[in-house]
Ligand binder design. Structure first.
Ligand code: SF4
Length: 211
C-alpha cells in the first residue's frame, strides 16, 4: 500500500468508525498488533472470565494466547454465555457501520447477540467492505473457502477455492450456497443499530488478519 492508498484507507476507517458509533457500538482504532494487545490488556484484566468464537484473527494477533494463559478462559460454548467478556472477529464490517457474521453452528453469533455483557470484535483492515453486497461476496470468496479448507470440510469450495454461488443475490443474501453436510455458511447475522448501546466494542487494526 503506497502513501495515497494509505490516506484513502484512513478515510474509510474513519467513516466506518463514525458510523459504527452512530449505530451504538463502542469503537477503537489501533495501528498494529502491539497496540492491539496493549488495549486488550486494558479492557480485559488478568483473571477476568472470558470466552471467544473461533477466529484466526484472535489466533494471529496473540489475543487468544493472552486469554488462555492470563484470564479465566472457557472453551465451553454454553459457559461462554456467562463470561464477563466475549471476543470474536467479524466476517465483514461495512462502511455504513454494520457487522456481518456467518456461522456454522451459531454458537459464536448467539453469544455475540445475547451472551456476555461485554463483547469485543477485532477486525483487520481486510475485513472492511462498502456494503452488505460486498460483505456477502467477501464471505463467499475470501472467508468461507479457506475456513472450510482449515476445518477439512468436504464442501465444493475446498476444491475450487470459491463458493458455488459467489455473488450477492438480494432475494437470498447468504442463503444460497452448497447443499453439502459440511457447509459452514448456515447462520447469517447482521448487527446494525443497537438497542443496548456500547455493549459491543469494535476494534479495527491497521493490518490484515484472519479470513
Ligand atoms: S455455501 Fe458451501 S460452497 Fe459456499 S462457501 Fe459456504 S461451505 Fe463453501
Amino acid at each position: 500500500m503506497d502513501a495515497n492508498q494509505r490516506k484513502a484507507m484512513k478515510g474509510i476507517i474513519k467513516t466506518t468508525l463514525k458510523n459504527l458509533e452512530e449505530n451504538g457500538f463502542e469503537t477503537a482504532f489501533v495501528n498494529d498488533r502491539n497496540e492491539l494487545l496493549t488495549l486488550i490488556k486494558t479492557l480485559i484484566p488478568e483473571n477476568a472470565s472470558t470466552a471467544s468464537g473461533g477466529s484466526e484473527t484472535l489466533l494471529e494477533t496473540g489475543i487468544l494466547e493472552y486469554l488462555k494463559t492470563k484470564t479465566n478462559y472457557t472453551e465451553d460454548s454454553r459457559k461462554a454465555f456467562v463470561s464477563e467478556h466475549y471476543l470474536a472477529s467479524a466476517n465483514a464490517l461495512t462502511i455504513h457501520g454494520e457487522i456481518y457474521e456467518v456461522d456454522a453452528r451459531g454458537n459464536r453469533v448467539a453469544a455475540m447477540l445475547y451472551g456476555p455483557d461485554k463483547v469485543i470484535i477485532v477486525a483487520g483492515i481486510n475485513k472492511l467492505v462498502l456494503d452488505l453486497r460486498e460483505a456477502v461476496e467477501r464471505v463467499k470468496t475470501k472467508a468461507a473457502p479457506p475456513n472450510c479448507i482449515r476445518l477439512e470440510k468436504d464442501t465444493p469450495c475446498t476444491k475450487t477455492g470459491i463458493c458455488v454461488s459467489p455473488y450477492f443475490d438480494n432475494r437470498h443474501l447468504c442463503a444460497l450456497g452448497c447443499q453439502s453436510d459440511g457447509r459452514i455458511c448456515s447462520n447469517t447475522v447482521i448487527f446494525s443499530r443497537q438497542m443496548v448501546k456500547k455493549r459491543i466494542t469494535v476494534i479495527i487494526v491497521g493490518e490484515e488478519y484472519g479470513y
